[in-house]
Design a protein around this ligand. Structure first.
Ligand code: ACO
Length: 311
């Protein structure tokens, strides 16, 4: 019977159809999906912090309203993705505990500080831009609930990217001090944004299997190249310089060449030693602990309600 189920799973993948929660799937596939979806969810939740910091410091009511909406969207994406992980048998509280204990990762990018309001714009432009580049192909990922979640999430991410770019365009039309802020923020975020795509293909232990299962549709290096190619004309339109002396059009390849990433820095950030890792986790831990009474009260209320209904 297992071989019949296995054949069904393989045929579904082969025909580009979706695996659904009730379908049989290999344990390795389930584990991979829980890993990727929960790490993605953690990234959305931790990703609220660098920009959330600026909500009370936004320079105008308009910017504040946009930023509030954006940070709330990130919360929604996180909850949506935790729900997708739950369809695979994962427990949300357990996933949060694993994030806080460091047993599970979240995107390296959110371990860098947002130092000025120009960072809010650059995060929208480059960080959300990289997220879209990575996530649009995931709308065709083989696990149904994840692929469908990505469709909605990508629509909202495009709004995030646009608001960042528009903020930067406004600042670039401002004073020279504002233009310097944009350039300085671009210098700090460019390389970490390229690291969002993960290790080089040769050092990516999960890519081959995830491509075979059509969980991933492109390799880390393919998507990183795509992101570089789309960012260069955007930087030109803004009038900022990307901080890479090796960046140059390669007519033969039909792509931009770019410099080597600092993989030692990437490893340090993944190991918990980035500029903000400790702060991010401490903040998340405090939010979990401070909210415990709300969850207990809600559970007690639900239990009482269920009892009342039983009579
Ligand atoms: N930050 C933190 N961890 C990373 C990063 C990164 N930028 N890139 C790779 N890793 C981790 C992987 O999660 C994996 O960890 P694990 O095996 O211990 O669980 C390990 O490094 C090795 O990497 P890969 O073999 O390349 O892993 P994978 O095939 O999962 O590819 C990738 C990594 C590209 C991030 C993939 O998981 C993915 O596309 N995820 C969905 C998108 C996502 O999570 N985006 C979050 C940031 S965007 C946002 O939230 C706005």
């Amino acid at each position: 019977a297992t071989t019949e189920l296995q054949r069904h799973f393989e045929r579904t993948i082969e025909h580009d159809q979706r695996i659904e929660p009730r379908d049989w799937m290999p344990e390795g596939y389930r584990k991979t999906m829980i890993r990727q979806i929960s790490q993605h969810a953690h990234s959305e939740i931790i990703g609220m912090q660098p920009e959330g910091h600026w909500i009370t410091r936004a320079p105008s009511l308009r910017r504040k309203a946009i930023l509030l909406a954006k940070v709330q969207d990130e919360a929604g994406h996180g909850l949506y993705l935790y729900s997708a992980a739950e369809t695979l048998g994962a427990e949300r509280t357990d996933l949060t505990d694993r994030l806080i204990s460091g047993a599970q990762k979240y995107s390296s990018i959110f371990n860098y500080p947002a130092l000025t309001f120009a960072d809010v714009g650059v995060i929208g432009w480059l960080v959300d831009g990289a997220a879209i580049c990575n996530q649009v192909p995931l709308c065709r990922s083989s696990y149904g609930p994840y692929a469908r979640a990505m469709i909605r999430i990508c629509k909202e991410e495009s709004f995030h990217q646009r608001q960042g770019f528009e903020l930067l365009l406004t600042m670039m039309r401002g004073t020279s001090a504002q233009r310097d802020m944009v350039q300085e923020a671009t210098n700090r975020w460019w390389w970490p944004a390229l690291m969002m795509f993960g290790p080089p293909d040769a050092d990516s232990p999960n890519t081959a299997q995830s491509m075979a299962w059509k969980v991933k549709r492109h390799t880390n290096d393919e998507l990183r190249q795509r992101f570089v190619d789309m960012s260069v004309p955007q930087a030109d339109a803004l009038g900022v310089t990307l901080p890479d002396p090796w960046l140059a059009w390669n007519a033969e390849r039909g792509h931009y060449d770019f410099g080597e990433l600092d993989w030692a820095e990437f490893k340090q950030v993944l190991a918990g030693n980035g500029p903000c890792n400790a702060d991010r986790i401490a903040h998340r831990r405090a939010a979990r602990d401070n909210g415990a009474w709300v969850r207990e009260a809600a559970a007690a209320y639900a239990a009482k309600h269920a009892e009342g209904q039983g009579r």
